[in-house]
Design a protein around this ligand. Structure first.
Ligand SMILES: [Zn+2]
Ligand SMILES: [Zn+2]
Length: 307
């Protein structure tokens, strides 16, 4: 599989960031975004003790969008995290599954990524830290951001998310979140968890769906709410251009219907991260066919898993 055009090993080397600050990063500014289906993600190791991959894999999707993945050897959940940069502020979506700032230096990594934007605009960017939902594998490093300069941390409960983004008609209406010449759309999607949101980015045409839709086991906590949320996402995708649906984990292999066992730290043949709108529509049809009766269903690219 070809390597992505731009992959930084962040944690690391001040040198990589120095190069970034000095303009190496801006070389990609006018290039099209990389093909998400072809990114070679770190997928753990057969022997984690001997693994030398960084704690956080950083992939620059385009000039102002970054996708990070936590090392599977650090936590088997290996969640993806997303950083969107505008002219006034940046949004970090999720803080991963590990709190420790030495083992998992997320704050430092994000600060370094923001430096090039701050240099370009001549002022510090406000960093808003929000979450796709309130599960521990997506908020563990929140404390690294608490009290840091120019950082605002969004609360974890559904009412706090509603209040922050201005979603009085939760979950029926979405809201625009302005980053400065870049607006994101925040879409409530309770069901996997009560505070779940999706984020649509018109700039990249990516629809970020957290643990609600991804190539893996879709754990459903609230069945009717989940059905309604998937229906709303399908309706949304019918009225917006969506290139890919991007979730927070990979648990499926490339063999249709075959998932890796929970807790595995090595996924050498894992499914691509993005799903297509056609798969979102298929999920909706499956849920409608099941009606009010929650049931497990194994599909090619995901597994419906009522809790
Ligand atoms: Zn998760
Ligand atoms: Zn979750």
């Amino acid at each position: 599989m070809p390597t992505p055009r731009v992959t930084f090993r962040p944690v690391l080397t001040g040198l990589a960031f120095l190069a970034c600050a000095l303009g190496a990063c801006t070389a990609v500014r006018n290039q099209p975004a990389l093909d998400l289906e072809r990114v070679a993600w770190q997928h753990g190791a057969a022997d984690c003790a001997g693994q030398t991959d960084p704690a956080i894999q950083v992939v620059r999707y385009d000039a102002q969008t970054w996708i990070l993945r936590q090392n599977k050897c650090l936590n088997y959940e290996a969640p993806f995290l997303f950083l969107f940069v505008g002219e006034q502020r940046a949004l970090l979506l999720d803080t991963g599954a590990t709190a420790d700032s030495v083992a998992f230096p997320l704050y430092r990594t994000v600060r370094q990524l923001l430096q090039s934007g701050e240099t370009a605009h001549g002022h510090p960017l406000e960093l808003v830290v929000a979450h796709t939902h309130n599960h521990s594998d997506h908020r563990a490093a929140d404390a690294q951001f608490r009290g840091q300069p120019h950082v605002r941390l969004v609360g974890l409960e559904a009412d706090q998310v509603q209040q922050f983004f201005g979603l009085p008609a939760w979950p029926l209406q979405s809201a625009v979140f302005e980053l400065g010449h870049r607006a994101l759309e925040i879409i409530p999607i309770p069901g996997h968890q009560a505070a779940s949101i999706a984020v649509y980015d018109p700039a990249t045409r990516l629809l970020f769906t957290g643990d609600t839709v991804y190539p893996g086991r879709l754990y459903v906590q609230d069945w009717p709410a989940f059905q309604a949320s998937i229906q709303r996402l399908v309706t949304f995708a019918a009225h917006h251009k969506v290139t890919y649906v991007v979730g927070n984990h990979i648990e499926m292999s490339r063999t249709p219907g075959l998932d890796y066992p929970t807790g595995t730290t090595f996924q050498p043949d894992e499914h691509a991260l993005p799903l297509h709108v056609a798969e979102l529509r298929a999920l909706n049809r499956d849920l409608q066919a099941l009606g009010k009766q929650p049931a497990r269903r194994v599909k090619d690219a995901f597994i419906i898993e009522p809790k």
